[in-house]
Ligand binder design. Structure first.
Ligand code: ATP
Ligand code: MG
Length: 201
């Protein structure tokens, strides 16, 4: 095939593709708040949620973040977003369950955190709410799944919510509009590299 023939075939293929894409875009007319779940064993769940928060703040939207499980207040995420007037950031955990080793204390911490999250999920002023590591509170049974799923389902119609954490329960996946499962192909940690500021915290 000569170059002009190849160019013409490419142009025709792209024109067909554009027609399909334009039709799909035209057909997508709904507008409402989305529930997004980022789960799986690979790295990139929380950072994906915070990247989306940066995007929302860029549009002048108001955001809220509830960080469950994690109790550290020295993360780059918090330092960065803490300076942003558009986002309210709550560190609501006190470590992973194997750190605290105290189920009763974990439940009390989870319930306290849930109060903050529930308030945001009832308030349309929060246009994007990130519930970071919420899945663990459901899979360990620290929170009642029905109560959490109800609050998500009943939230203001235009409010977007992102839930992160491994092993998202099936009912949450079912309720969600967009679900990404991040696979763990490789992680530097397994090569003996410790958590790096700016990358892991
Ligand atoms: P990140 O916050 O970097 O997006 P994440 O939210 O997907 O990670 P978490 O399960 O919340 O992952 O883990 C938080 C910390 O554990 C981060 O320091 C992250 O780099 C690290 N981590 C994530 N995935 C893995 C993995 N598969 N093996 C080991 N460490 C991991
Ligand atoms: Mg995370």
């Amino acid at each position: 095939m000569t170059d002009p023939q190849r160019d013409a075939r490419h142009a025709a293929r792209m024109a067909r593709k554009k027609a399909v894409i334009d039709a799909a875009i035209a057909a997508a007319t709904d507008e409402r708040g989305l529930l997004i779940v980022i789960t799986g064993n690979g790295k990139g769940k929380s950072t994906s949620a915070f990247g989306t928060m940066a995007r929302a703040l860029g549009h002048g939207m108001k955001g809220g973040v509830c960080q469950f499980i994690n109790g550290r207040t020295d993360t780059g995420d918090e330092a960065c977003f803490g300076k942003q007037p558009g986002v309210e950031w709550h560190v609501l955990g006190d470590g992973f369950t194997w750190d605290t080793q105290n189920r009763e204390q974990d439940i009390a911490t989870a319930e306290h955190g849930w109060k903050v999250a529930r308030r945001m999920l009832a308030d349309p002023a929060y246009q994007l709410v990130v519930l970071d590591e919420l899945t663990y509170l459901l899979s360990y049974g620290y929170l009642d799944s029905d109560i959490v799923l109800d609050a998500l389902a009943q939230r203001p119609p235009m409010q977007h919510v992102i839930v992160t954490g491994r092993a998202a329960p099936e009912a949450l996946i079912e309720l969600a509009d967009t679900v990404s499962i991040i696979a763990d192909e490789k992680h530097a940690y397994r090569a003996g590299i410790k958590a790096q500021p700016g990358i892991d915290l």
